[in-house]
Design a protein around this ligand. Structure first.
Ligand SMILES: [Zn+2]
Length: 103
């Protein structure tokens, strides 16, 4: 929860994020499910289980729920750059590609 919306500046309210994801999220707490257009809360790894909301299709991340579908375009999680990184991770044996959250 962003401090601008009443979130506390405490470790329990902070999360590690790369600069791209941090800037994309900014102070937003909702995204739109591209299938229904409905606004949904952002996926919270502290409250939700990754594999309930996402799955892999090759190197593409696929949303299984409105929350999962909304987060993928919100954070551009299937950008060409990310797909290339996953392909290279796979070549080196580091691509999770199963039930694990993307790195
Ligand atoms: Zn990121």
């Amino acid at each position: 929860m962003p401090t601008s919306l009443g979130g506390l500046d405490e470790v329990d309210n902070l999360a590690w994020a790369c600069p791209a994801c941090n800037l994309s999220k900014s102070d937003r707490v909702e995204a739109h499910d591209p299938l229904s257009g409905d606004a949904v809360g952002l996926f919270s790894p502290r409250q939700l289980t990754w594999r309930d909301h996402f799955e892999w299709s090759g190197y593409q991340l696929v949303g299984r729920t409105p929350v999962g579908r909304a987060l993928i375009p919100f954070l551009d999680l299937n950008s060409a750059k990310r797909l290339a990184i996953r392909g290279n991770e796979d070549l080196l044996g580091y691509f999770a590609g199963s039930d694990d959250p993307p790195v």
